[in-house]
Ligand binder design. Sequence first.
Ligand code: DC
Length: 225
Amino acid sequence: MIIAIDGPSGAGKSTVAKAVARKLGFSCLDTGAMYRAVAWQAVQNGVSLDDDAALGEVARSYDIEFVHQPGEPTPSGVLIGGTDVTAAIRTAEIDRAVSPVSAAPSVREALVDQQRRIGNAGDYVVEGRDIGTTVFPQAEVKVFLTASDEERAHRRVRQNVDRGIGSIDYEEVLVDLRRRDKVDSSRATSPLRPADDAVMLDSTNHFIEEVIDIICGMADEARAR
Ligand code: DC
């Protein structure tokens, strides 16, 4: 079974996806981490971020691997070309670089192929922007998770404080988050938008536990069908 969780950054997708996967015994796939890893490699290689062909070449030639602790469904780290980039892909530099990289059609083509291969191998909670519309349009459960811009910026600041990386300036984070939403929603290939059959959930006024329970309930219903 595939549970697709899409939505803008900071809506709580990662927290929700990990908790749902743990409860249901599913694996978890963070597709944003894959775009970030390609962005990191492109920056390392000095590739121009508007060169679609060169970015596609990076996406096709470097293996992306997720590192799992034994018995944990959620990966603890990510490697590209054998280099551990778990922390390096969360910096402000990669926050900026990932927008043009994820808008490159040849990067999307390469990564969507890999995402389908991974997801088709088992029961997965897959989080991203285009999972319900493009990667797994046949997903049994589709959720579009949102929250207000302000709430999302507050959460991102708290997350950056906890991780010790990224900006902790609320205004800066809010501006960057709105900029990325705009780029993600207006790009030509697979823009951020809810699938027609996605269930819209707003996490601003819901406890995250409620959102998790709703999605687990949807998975139970889908299983019973
Ligand atoms: O979820 P995130 O913030 O880690 O995602 C990083 C970037 O990748 C973000 O700018 C949107 C993009 N992305 C995408 O275009 N498609 C996906 N399926 C996942 C992420």
